[in-house]
Design a protein around this ligand. Structure first.
Ligand code: FES
Length: 567
């Protein structure tokens, strides 16, 4: 038998002895033979004192264990890396693939018949799903859930759209020191993930749409009792999957489920990071994401969910309005309802169970959308031969067609040093350009694409400017911001050729971003281009692996040898 505790025996050259030894040691924890004969559900523990977003993980695990044991299986909790967005240096994206590799190998190395992965803070769900797909063991995903909202002076606050908005006001001198301190204590009033439609919420909605988690799992607030009942139910589902030996991710994920995920990404006004993660997830399967097809979906799919930063509400309002099942219902024929889920139900069954909430205005009807087109657009042009992305649902409409003079920053450090310099030659019509902030250049493609408005302009009332870079941006941010320019400057992409004073044309309707410089001049600059030296420390360890094998944004920034089929 190769299930339960007998699975994946440690190799001592004598299988009987291997099992004898394994049982002898695990009995030190007080387990009975009855317990050890049950199917096993592994449960990842990503709790960490550094990760407040995952602060409810111990309680979720307790509820999962209850569900597993009520169903006659045995839960085994094990630790994996935890990544918290604001505690990861140089950036959480740098560690996503490490978490994916580690989680995959621990699922594979330890005996379990099914696994529950519990994550939420931005990079964790993508990493865990990438791992689960590659390990291809029956898997249920439980997002930790969003925080509840905060309040300040009668206003509803949410991390981190309002972190940025209010910090912008502080920079502009509209808020003083005591008030920004008060705001600091009110932006994140509970454990859980950011409660706007940032990357965490986006990935939770995508996970639910892919059928990898139970209905409503994306939206139940982190501290609510319902979240723990969902965890118990997830434990029961995982126990059933452990006994039935399926369905595995490879049996759930299809081209239709990935198309559904892209439709939902557009309809929620989801994070630009969501596209990178979905691309990386899909590249672990046979069904790659095509950026142009994604853009086409965006032209057909309206934004229906009215959440910040594209709209007005927060995740708890989305939840009380009916959550992802209700959204799928409103999307009607744009969703393939035959797609399967971990519960054995199809999305048709999920939609049939969607709650009707009278008077709710967080999930709009298709005929009354927030925006007529989806949240994200893919741009091409001589500046971005392999693509760039803009979240036009969260941009200033008047800047979506704009030609301006480039003001170039060589790196994140250069930008930090100079952007607030009173002598910086910059005006509101200029286009701020940041380079060497891509997957390889920074490294890890930090969320630096939301370049701050230079202080002197902010103080004169400028709220938005066109900003372009090979970096990423937090899904919670607002502005006319072109991201993920590919190839990045550090590998010789055309962004490396831009000089301060050049003119750049952005035309989102035409999906174009171009450097208005003659081709002969660009060739001359290209011939003289010197690529930057690799960041310090890249000659050993994980940094070496990262620098040698990281893929560009259009390929999901996975390591080249981790895609399906390997290198
Ligand atoms: Fe963890 Fe936003 S910081 S989800």
């Amino acid at each position: 038998m190769t299930d339960g505790l007998r699975k994946g025996l440690t190799s001592y050259g004598d299988a009987g002895f291997s099992l004898f030894l394994r049982k002898a040691f695990i009995k030190a924890m007080g387990y009975s033979d009855d317990a050890l004969d049950r199917p096993i559900v592994g449960i990842t523990n990503t709790y960490s004192d550094y990760n407040p977003c995952h602060g409810n993980v111990p309680d979720i695990i307790a509820a999962v264990k209850r569900g597993v044991m009520l169903s006659g299986a045995m839960p085994f909790e094990f630790p994996t890396i935890s990544i918290a967005e604001s505690f990861a240096h140089p950036t959480s994206m740098y560690l996503r693939n490490l978490m994916a590799m580690e989680t995959e190998e621990m699922i594979r190395a330890q005996p379990m018949d099914a696994v529950i992965v519990i994550g939420g803070c931005d990079k964790t769900l993508p990493a865990q799903i990438m791992a689960a797909i590659s390990a291809d063991l029956p898997t249920v995903v439980i997002p930790v859930g969003p925080m509840v909202v905060g309040h300040h002076k009668g206003e509803v606050l949410g991390a981190c759209t309002d972190c940025r908005r209010l910090w912008g006001k502080y920079r502009a001198g509209e808020i003083d020191d005591p008030e920004i301190e008060a705001v600091n204590g009110r932006l994140a009033p509970s454990v859980g993930t950011c409660m706007v439609m940032g990357t965490a919420s986006t990935m939770a909605c995508i996970t639910e749409t892919l059928g990898l988690s139970l209905p409503m799992s994306a939206t139940i607030p982190a501290p609510h009792a319902e979240r723990f009942r969902l965890a118990e139910a997830s434990g029961k589902v995982a126990a059933a999957m452990a006994k039935a030996k399926g369905p595995r991710p490879s049996e759930i994920l299809t081209p239709a489920s990935f198309r559904n995920a892209q439709v939902v990404l557009q309809a929620i006004g989801g994070s630009t990071n969501g596209l990178i993660h979905l691309t990386a997830i899909a590249n672990r399967t046979p069904y790659a994401i095509d950026l142009d097809a994604f853009d086409k979906i965006g032209r057909e799919v309206p934004v229906l969910v009215d959440l910040k930063p594209s709209g007005a509400h927060y995740m708890e309002h989305f939840h009380h309005a009916g959550g992802v099942p209700k959204l799928l219902k409103q999307l009607g024929g744009l969703i393939d309802l035959d797609a399967r889920t971990v519960t054995g139900q199809s999305l048709r069954d999920v939609v049939a169970g969607a709650e009707e909430v009278p008077g709710q205005d967080a999930i709009r009807d298709r005929h009354d959308p927030i925006k007529p087109e989806g949240g994200l657009a893919v741009l091409h042009g001589n500046l971005a031969p392999r693509g760039a992305v803009i979240k036009h649902s969260a941009a200033s409409p008047k800047l979506l067609q704009h030609t301006g003079r480039a003001v170039v920053f060589e790196s994140v450090e250069d930008m930090t040093l100079r952007v607030d310099d009173p002598d910086l030659d910059v005006n509101a019509d200029d286009i701020l350009v940041l380079r060497n902030a891509g997957p390889k250049g920074a490294p890890g493609m930090p969320e630096a694409g939301y370049l701050p408005i230079p202080k002197k302009l902010a103080r004169s009332g400028v709220k938005d400017m066109v900003r372009i870079s090979d970096a990423r941006m937090s899904g919670t941010a607002f502005g006319t911001i072109v991201l993920h320019i590919t190839p990045e400057a550090a590998v010789g992409g055309p962004l490396a050729l831009v000089r301060t004073g050049d003119r750049i044309r952005l035309d989102v309707a035409k999906r174009s971003i171009d450097l208005l410089v003659e081709p002969a001049e660009l060739e001359k600059r290209h011939a003289a281009l010197k690529l930057p030296a690799p960041p310090p420390g890249t000659n050993r360890g994980y940094a070496y692996l990262f620098n040698e094998t990281i893929l560009q944004a259009d390929e999901g920034c996975d390591f080249d040898f981790m895609r399906r089929g390997g290198k």
